[in-house]
Design a protein. Structure first.
Lengths: 266, 334, 283
């Protein structure tokens, strides 16, 4: 079971957002998709989710995602956009329950499986306490967690999340990364899951993720374990910052220390 | 409150509204033009029976059907456009239908048979829809659709004014103007039979979009990732609305505010779910239209007040109140 | 109507029998006259002029308004309707009179309920007036009365034709809202009957176009005909009639006011409008 992108390219009228890319991602992996602004991370993620027109093919278990019917694809790939709108002030629990839509035939009532999926997702994101509260009454961070719970509730084998922790406080950032980690391990089911998450925090990417895809200017320029992909040379070259790297409790800590100016700048 | 409790709540709401609508309908059969009139004439004198069967029954049925259509389509459009200010008139279906009817008047067809008038209106509504799609295109996003609807409304209004300007006589112009204010007076069962075959498919199309509307709560991208095609949802809602509302306007003229106010009133009671709002809005719209029509008949004798006027008088201040209350409460934009 | 009978003892029985026979015939023919309902202002006025009061079940509420109707006083004696099928149904007339522009829903509903609905086209000429008078007279079972009205109408027309002024007199009709009257309308024919020339018609206006104040001033009419309608109530339409340009024209030109009710509907009495116009010119 592989999520494979073959020769995927996303071109807009004025520029190429994602250059010809071929990657292969396996369930059980927590993959960080990192890179400077405008590198094409969100676009690549959307291409993998089938939300943007692209050249090439994206396959899951050998089947082209584009050929699957809507509901099957929705049950296979869950997608959490960056800062999605919430148009109606539903109760948090109802919002999370929207993640079960791909599982419910038309006009069916909620099944026990649906209820349990929602509850588990909310517990994992520490949002159970405001299950009955309207999302319009939540803080930005609380809302972000509810939205993540919605994506988790789909229980899809693939979860693609675009900057899910950007709005969270440190406690919850760590908490969510831990949740995503255990989501890939498949909780109590045998099945492992694939999670691809766009991050800006290199430290969290290095500590929690097995694999890091580094993008710059539309191309994947690094693909491998964090120590390799996020080596100081790569960070200097693509992020144009001097990193401070330390180790604590056996895990790496990467902190951007100083921005680097090129010969013609500053 | 669990999800089953919430959906049970909206079932209770629907049942309550349905019951009230039935009671209102019963009242509508009983209440005559001058506030009184023959009571249930079944088995009573022949005159009473004729009045109830030929005059009040179609009027009651149409109030329920038209009010229900407007409520349902208003709720669906608000869900589609993710905006509580949307209503069927926005797409141009109502004004297109009005223009189609005016053309019938203008060429004198309406005099020949009062059924040609509704057919002209349906043609006008479908034409407005065709123009909407031509303007907004297959890739149209929602903002484009709204703008296209505004353009169509403006165009239809201008053409209607033009037709009025060149009307064959001042009497024709007056008749057109009064028709456009919306009325159920002296409609017969023939009008019910004319409207139903268009309304029912329209309703079905709209209801088919229900879950897609729920998915759109989180925006188009999330909706697509949940397996719903926003374009398909859009086509279902717009197509269904054009059919059903076109048929309604064809028979009664332009009745406003029901599609705007009813979903707004009921949204909180269904936990803000767009899909759960559809049936209650249908029933609430049916109830409101029937009550408005009864109110007309309870007024002192005089030329009959137009239904569209009453719904505007009821709807506009209430809507104003809702807007003021919601903006005062927490400043969160609707 | 019975003639007074002087009974002599010998003639009593046969005279009594004759009396009974005559009154029987009279009530029989009264009973055979149709009961009429009218839901259109112009039809109302025809009906009020032609039918016996006992025949009239209802006329529309407009007929009782003196600003709309020449027979408002007579109309107030009858039940007034507001043009809905339910009202008519309750009164059970033999025939219903309507206009061709009365609500098509009401007309269709009445036919559906089995009523004989007779529709009158709006009157656009004196010939139309005669036609409608004959139609209504026929419908209400008073053909003789109808013919009498037509005869009187024709006599009035001939009298007006005889007194036409020799020279050309141009006139413009100013209706509320700044409208005027073109050719092919009743008001135009009445104007010409009075011996005047319709300046607006000469400019090719058909039926009910607008006449700008400027066009009015440039046309230099000899007579300005103002149409009066609810003069005591403020309205934008009537404000036009108080336009300073018109008032300044009024200082140098002859004006005359004709009330709308005289020619909004085409009635035999409408030729009074023509005689008002003629008076204004001949003085």
């Amino acid at each position: 079971m592989t999520l494979a992108a073959a020769d995927v390219e996303v071109r807009y009228e004025t520029r190429t957002a994602v250059r010809r890319t071929t990657i292969s991602l396996e369930p059980g992996e927590l993959v960080a998709l990192v890179g400077p602004n405008g590198a094409g991370k969100s676009t690549l993620l959307r291409a993998l989710a089938g939300l943007v027109a692209h050249a090439g093919t994206v396959t899951w278990c050998g089947h082209a995602l584009a050929r699957l019917d809507g509901r099957t694809r929705a049950r296979t790939v869950a997608y959490l956009p960056q800062n999605p709108p919430v148009h109606w002030p539903l109760a948090s629990r109802e919002l999370v329950a929207l993640g079960r839509l791909p599982h419910r035939p038309y006009a069916a009532q909620e099944t026990p499986a649906d209820v349990s999926a929602v509850t588990v997702a909310m517990r994992q994101t520490d949002t159970l306490e405001f299950a009955a509260r309207s999302v319009s009454r939540l803080s930005v961070g609380e809302r972000a967690r509810v939205l993540l719970a919605r994506a988790l509730a789909v229980e899809a084998p693939v979860l693609l999340a675009d900057e899910p922790i950007a709005m969270l406080d440190p406690y919850h950032q760590l908490d969510v990364m831990g949740t995503l980690r255990s989501y890939t391990a498949g909780r109590d089911t045998e099945r492992k899951r694939l999670v691809v998450v766009v991050l800006h925090d290199l430290g969290l990417a290095a500590r929690f993720c097995d694999r890091v895809l580094l993008m710059d200017d539309g191309a994947v320029v690094g693909d491998g374990p964090p120590e390799e992909t996020l080596a100081p040379a790569a960070i200097r070259a693509h992020y144009r910052v001097e990193p401070f790297i330390a180790r604590h409790d056996g895990e790496p800590s990467i902190v951007p220390w100083r921005s680097l100016r090129g010969p013609g700048e500053g | 409150m669990s999800a089953t409790e919430r959906s049970g709540g909206s079932t209770a709401l629907a049942a309550g509204l349905g019951l009230l609508a039935l009671l209102a309908a019963a009242g509508s059969l009983v209440i005559g033009r001058d506030g009184g009139g023959p009571t249930f004439g079944f088995g009573g004198p022949e005159l009473a029976e004729t009045i109830v069967r030929e005059i009040r029954l179609p009027r009651t049925l149409l109030a329920l059907l038209v009010g229900g259509t407007l409520g349902l389509c208003g709720a669906a459009l608000q869900g589609l456009l993710r905006n509580p200010l949307a209503e069927p008139g926005l797409l141009g279906a109502s004004s297109g239908a009005a223009f189609g009817a005016v053309v019938m008047f203008y060429f004198g067809f309406a005099g020949a048979s009062s059924l040609l008038l509704p057919l002209g209106a349906v043609a006008g509504s479908l034409l407005a829809l065709a123009v909407l799609y031509a303007l907004a295109g297959r890739r149209g996003d929602f903002l484009t659709i709204v703008l296209a609807g505004i353009a169509i409304n403006a165009l239809a209004a201008a053409l209607t004014s033009l037709a009025l300007n060149f009307a064959p006589s001042p009497y024709a112009a007056l008749e057109i103007l009064f028709w456009m204010l919306g009325s159920l007076a002296d409609r017969s069962l023939a009008h019910v039979y004319l409207a139903l075959p268009l309304m029912v498919p329209g309703w079905l199309l709209v209801v088919a979009a229900a879950r897609g509307l729920d998915a759109l709560t989180l925006g188009e991208d999330t909706a697509r990732s949940l397996g719903f095609d926003p374009k398909r949802t859009q086509a279902l809602v717009i197509g269904g609305t054009a059919l059903a509302v076109g048929a309604a306007v064809a028979v009664t003229g332009v009745v406003g505010f029901i599609g705007l106010v009813v979903p707004h009133l009921l949204r909180g009671a269904v936990g803000q779910h767009p899909s759960r709002l559809l049936l209650p809005s249908f029933l609430g719209g049916a109830l409101l239209a029937t009550l408005a029509d009864i109110a007309i008949r309870l007024l002192p004798p005089g030329p009959e007040l137009k239904l569209g006027v009453v719904t505007a008088l009821l709807g506009a201040p209430f809507f104003l109140h809702l807007v003021m209350r919601s903006s005062a409460r927490d400043g969160s934009a609707p | 109507m019975q003639r007074p009978i002087t009974p002599t003892s010998r003639a009593r029985a046969p005279l009594a029998a004759a009396f009974a026979a005559v009154s029987l015939v009279a009530t029989a023919s009264a009973a055979s006259l149709p009961k009429v309902a009218s839901i259109n202002l112009c039809a109302d006025q025809h009906v009020l002029a032609l039918a016996d009061p006992e025949q009239i079940l209802t006329v529309s509420w407009l007929a009782a308004d003196a600003e709309e109707s020449l027979l408002a006083h007579e109309a107030q004696r009858h039940t007034l309707n507001y043009g809905t099928a339910e009202e008519i149904l309750k009164l059970a007339p033999d025939v219903v009179l309507a206009g061709t522009y009365t609500s098509p829903f009401t007309r269709t509903m009445l036919r559906r309920l089995g009523f004989n609905v007779v529709e009158l086209e709006p009157e656009a000429s004196i010939a139309d007036i005669e036609r409608n008078v004959r139609i209504v007279a026929d419908v209400v079972g008073q053909p003789a009365r109808g013919e009498r009205l037509v005869v009187e109408l024709r006599e009035g027309v001939r009298a007006l034709e005889a007194r036409r002024p020799a020279r050309r007199v141009g006139a413009v009709i100013v209706r509320p809202g700044g409208f005027t009257v073109g050719a092919d309308s009743l008001a135009d024919e009445l104007l010409r009957l009075a011996g005047l020339a319709n300046v607006a018609a000469e400019r090719g206006l058909d039926r009910w176009g607008s006449l700008s104040m400027e066009a009015l001033l440039r046309s230099a009419p000899d007579l300005i005909v103002l149409t009066g309608y609810r003069a005591s109530q403020p309205s934008l339409a009537n404000a036009v009639l108080e336009h300073p340009a018109l008032e300044s024209l009024g200082a140098t030109h002859r004006t005359v006011t004709v009330h709308t009710a005289l020619w909004a509907c085409g009635l035999p009495r409408s030729i009074e409008a023509a005689s008002v116009l003629q008076q204004a010119v001949l003085e």
